[in-house]
Design a protein around this ligand. Structure first.
Ligand code: LMR
Length: 396
């Protein structure tokens, strides 16, 4: 049966982790998969999460199924985090949501929901976008198109070209936007640009689909929600996929949220049934542990304050690492201005070097990052930054 299937190339991101593990060079540097690392290169359990785990061990008395939609406390807490305490769409009972197995699970549920609609949606994704967006959404049978987003030569967003392309959209088109900390480029829309996207969505009638996996890693938990809240409060329908992998460090617990702002409360009930039925047909019921932890943290003032402090510390550290890398590149004689890295946000940046240069630095210096030139900024530390800068300068 299976021998006729083709051998696939390794996943562009996960394949790097495997290659890194196999590399015997003790000076190897991993800037591949998007996982936060501390100064020692570890990904520890966040302190607020560790405390919540102690509470949950006491509190959890059964391993029976949780409900099909997931922990309601988690869903409510996450929706408030994303949409704000005073959210009009929450008060109006217009948001359908389920706990999902990770941000990927959320993206897939939402893509399957779109595929159920009689009007076959075309999904517009940024060029470039996160590599896994295409299979997650495309495998639901949806047509995918790209809109221009990042101009490598100018190392910034090509907003005019993006808007020109989105002017061609209409009802039935879905536009995937990164809520903050664009993956892979780190180049984010300004608030003024979000304002213009709202006006265009109102004019053209396209449906925004916002993927938010790095809330709090850009400018702050509240600041990073600007675009989501603006569109959610001012459009009849918005789709949101959220992840707790990075900002709660719950990667392996697969903790995400699929939410849909609907036109009215009656439609909310229909959509709620539909997304639960989609989930039932894929994995039946979500895993419990990660969402139960987030529920505990968001419901407890002291734990929430501790978590916010930890998110702020991670964000500030990544910003410091950007500055440090830019300085060291300059000090080591880079013939290219990398100061744009300081204006980019979140865990990732595009170095804007060629795939050949990326492969050369990997082969000669065991520095691992994605061929597109995306680096995981959190993989940099005081011990490896000099070697990294020298290695990069050597291939420029
Ligand atoms: C990344 O972009 O590196 C992360 O979101 C991990 C993944 O699954 O690709």
């Amino acid at each position: 049966m299976f021998e006729v299937l083709p051998q696939l190339a390794p996943d562009p991101i996960l394949g790097l982790s495997a290659a890194f593990r196999e590399d015997t060079n003790s000076a190897k540097i991993d800037l591949g998969v998007g996982v936060y690392k501390d100064e020692q290169g570890n990904t520890p359990i966040m302190s607020s999460v560790a405390k919540a785990q102690t509470i949950l061990l006491e509190r959890e008395t059964s391993k029976t199924y949780i409900t099909p939609q997931g922990h309601q406390g988690y869903i409510d807490g996450m929706l408030q985090l994303l949409l704000g305490n005073q959210s009009g769409v929450l008060l109006a009972d217009r948001v359908a949501a389920v706990q999902a197995p990770g941000g990927c699970g959320a993206l897939r549920i939402l893509a399957e929901l779109l595929a159920r609609c009689p009007e076959k949606a075309k999904v517009w994704v940024s060029d470039p976008t996160w590599a896994n967006h295409i299979p997650l959404i495309g495998s639901a049978g949806l047509e995918i198109e790209t809109y221009p987003y990042f101009d490598k030569a100018a190392a910034g967003i090509n907003f005019d070209a993006m808007m020109e392309t989105l002017k061609q959209t209409g009802k039935g088109d879905v536009v995937l936007l990164h809520g903050c900390c664009h993956n892979p480029t780190g180049a984010d829309l300004t608030n003024a640009q979000w304002d213009q996207i709202l006006v265009l969505a109102q004019e053209r009638g396209f449906l925004p689909f916002i993927d938010v996996a790095y809330l709090g890693f850009g400018d702050g938990l509240e600041e990073d929600a600007y675009g989501i809240r603006l569109l959610a409060e001012n459009l009849p329908e918005v789709i949101i996929a959220a992840s707790c992998s990075k900002n709660f460090g719950l990667y392996r617990e697969r903790t995400g949220l699929a939410a849909i702002v609907t036109a009215d409360s009656k439609t909310r009930k229909i959509v709620q049934g539909q997304i639960q039925s989609v989930a039932r047909g894929i994995y039946s019921m979500p895993p419990s542990w990660g969402a139960a932890l987030v529920d505990i943290i968001l419901a407890d003032n002291a734990l929430k304050t501790e978590w916010v402090t930890e998110v702020n510390a991670m964000r500030n550290r990544m910003q410091t690492l950007r500055t440090m890398l830019v300085e060291r590149l300059e000090k080591n004689g880079a013939n290219k201005d990398f100061s744009f890295l300081n204006t980019q946000k979140g865990m990732f940046s595009f170095l804007c070097i060629s795939p050949e240069q990326v492969r050369e630095v990997r082969a000669k210096h065991s520095v691992y990052f994605v061929d597109s030139s995306r680096v995981n900024v959190a993989g940099i530390n005081k011990n490896n930054v000099d070697a990294l800068a020298k290695a990069l300068v050597s291939v420029l």
